[in-house]
Write a protein that binds this ligand. Structure first.
Ligand code: SF4
Length: 422
């Protein structure tokens, strides 16, 4: 394109965004040169089927808590990609540890304005971070975080909290380190590690409810400190912590612009607010760990979740909402008693996997066996990517027809035909 070979969709879009474009096409022995003149608004007419045209940069870490290491065999290949590529961070919100980041990457990020980026911090103590990533480069790679902030790049961080490893005093030290060294950071999510039944790391275990309670206390204490020092809360505890500790969620207003909604920060509060008819809360776009590695069409960047419903549901039938164990705790207080909530246990992944987004078709099928066929069954679209569950099955494999509803409070309210409170 104009004599350049774009490396990815970002470069492609920069080059393609011109009224006059020279294209050299080499394909299957065909060599062709074209000049394209078009109006600014006219699409180029080229379809791009992947975001990266060269190779995805994979991570050189070996984190004990890595969920990809805890996946069973036989899933889609794309799910096993351990990427650590700042381009995917920019495009999808994937987190990068910056251990493979280079001076040339910094120059490109700054020149092309690739902002915001999403950075895995885990600990600011160099030794602790290197140990957690099992990579000596982890000790020093947060220098790139400083450099990115120095150049005005918006950064959202995350700390995957592992009990006995980087919680308690280490988490305290990490949040102090963030305030001290990276005060420009836009937000920091403290999220619990996921432990599946395939975990082979003896030191990795889920949080107890008491530990979850302590994390919330610690993070909320630091929110007050950040608020005084910077005028912003900056750090947030994941919804999962509130659910595990059985604490009520903060009001949506406490989450600022809910920048880490897709990372499970303020998602429940936003869902509740939208269900109750507050339209200013974010709906949540396509997101989540698995959504980001599948599909990746050029225009939408993330795979669409579901295909459309192909049957006509009986609108007057009693309703069952299918969700995960955590979803039930969010939904039950919102719904009237005549709406049934079917909380599906995640036997496929096991461990502490309780979010709806990781449910598989097999577990949902088991839960629906013997269910009343005269009811309406609603399923959140977050369970699907390109219309498939994580285990590769589809809606057609379920024993009963289900209606797929966007994972958004307003969409559920509409599906249930609950009037908006005045
Ligand atoms: S950096 Fe991410 S992908 Fe790589 S090992 Fe750690 S958790 Fe897994």
């Amino acid at each position: 394109m104009d004599g350049q070979l774009p490396r990815d969709i970002i470069e492609y879009q920069l080059i393609a965004d011109q009224a006059r474009l020279e294209l050299d096409v080499r394909r299957g022995g065909l060599e062709l040169s074209l000049t394209i003149d078009r109006d600014q608004a006219e699409p180029l007419g080229i379809e791009v089927d992947a975001p990266l045209f060269d190779r995805v940069r994979t991570c050189d870490n070996h984190c004990e808590f890595c969920f990809i290491h805890q996946l069973p065999k036989g899933l889609r290949r794309s799910l096993y990609t351990r990427d650590d590529d700042y381009r995917l961070s920019f495009l999808y919100g994937n987190f990068t540890t910056l251990t493979r980041f280079t001076e040339a990457d910094l120059e490109r990020v700054v020149t092309e304005g690739l902002s915001p980026l999403w950075v895995s911090i885990h600990a600011t103590d160099p030794q602790v971070r290197a140990r957690m990533l099992r990579n000596p480069r982890g000790a020093m790679s947060l220098r790139w975080l400083r450099a990115l902030l120095d150049h005005g790049i918006e950064i959202h961080g995350q700390v995957v909290v592992c009990p006995g490893v980087n919680d308690g005093a280490i988490l305290d030290d990490t949040l102090a380190g963030i305030l001290d060294r990276f005060p420009e950071i836009a937000s920091v999510a403290c999220v619990p590690l996921g432990v599946s039944r395939f975990n082979a790391e003896a030191a990795m275990r889920p949080h107890t409810p008491e530990e979850a309670d302590s994390v919330v206390d610690l993070v909320e204490g630091w929110q007050d400190t950040f608020l005084v020092a910077l005028g912003r809360r900056v750090v947030y505890a994941a919804d999962e912590y509130y659910l595990l500790a059985r604490r009520s969620f903060p009001d949506l207003g406490a989450y600022g612009d809910v920048a880490q909604h897709e990372n499970g920060i303020g998602m429940a509060a936003a869902f509740q607010a939208r269900f109750r008819g507050r339209s200013d809360a974010p709906a949540g776009g396509p997101g989540g760990f698995f959504q980001s590695v599948d599909g990746a069409p050029a225009a939408g960047y993330r795979a669409p979740r579901a295909t459309s419903v192909t049957f006509r549901p009986r609108r007057d039938a009693p309703v069952t909402v299918i969700t995960g164990i955590y979803g039930e705790r969010v939904l039950r207080p919102l719904l009237s008693p005549d709406v049934e909530v079917l909380a599906v246990e995640n036997r496929f992944f096991g461990g502490n996997t309780a979010v709806a987004g990781l449910l598989t078709g097999a577990d949902i099928s088991d839960a629906l066996k013997g269910a009343d066929p005269t009811r309406r069954y609603l399923l959140p679209d977050v369970c699907l990517s390109n219309g498939r569950f994580l285990d590769g099955s589809g809606l057609e494999d379920l024993p009963l027809p289900v209606e797929v509803v966007a994972s958004d409070g307003a969409a559920l309210r509409e599906a249930l035909r609950v009037p908006v409170p005045s």
